[in-house]
Design a protein around this ligand. Structure first.
Ligand code: AMP
Length: 143
């Protein structure tokens, strides 16, 4: 199973904003869409950052609530790890575990085509395990 399988199920919609929007706008988006991160893109569509709820907590804790009026570019992570449609779920899990993040934007030919979260990976892995168990039960009872 790979990233394509996940995108077929959840679609390719990603909540994005440009680096000039305020952190407050990001907070409203996280709440409104019940998501954990917003991908920051240039006007061209190229990914230039990611901001997650952890970044918001860190910014407010270390720089006070006034940080909400500042551009998101001040507190986003700029060195963004991305993945490709053909990447396996094992590879994604290894990257998320090693770097301690829960989101991976999917990029194809320089453009954002989706986002995979740790929740998407776990959901897919459970579906796979259930399919395997059902196939095994079928094999035992009919074989
Ligand atoms: P998360 O666990 O995804 O909420 O993010 C934890 C930290 O990692 C935050 O500082 C995020 O900005 C950062 N982060 C999240 N996803 C990525 C990614 N794909 N590449 C680089 N940093 C990320």
């Amino acid at each position: 199973m790979n990233v394509s399988t996940i995108l077929q199920n959840k679609g390719s919609d990603v909540v994005t904003r440009t680096p000039d929007v305020t952190l407050n706008e990001i907070v409203q988006l996280l709440n409104e869409h019940k998501i954990g991160s917003v991908v920051i893109v240039e006007n061209s569509g190229t990914v230039c950052g990611i901001v997650s709820e952890r970044d918001v907590v860190n910014a407010i804790a270390t720089r006070s609530g006034s940080v909400l009026d500042e551009p998101v570019s001040d507190c986003m992570t700029k060195n963004v790890f991305t993945c490709k449609r053909e990447d396996t779920l094992e590879k994604l899990m290894a990257e998320m575990t090693e770097h301690r993040f829960r989101h991976l934007p999917v990029v194809e030919e320089g453009q954002l085509v989706g986002l995979v979260s740790i929740g998407d990976v776990v959901k897919q892995r459970i579906a796979e395990a259930e399919m395997e168990a059902a196939a095994m039960r079928d094999y035992i009872t009919t074989g």
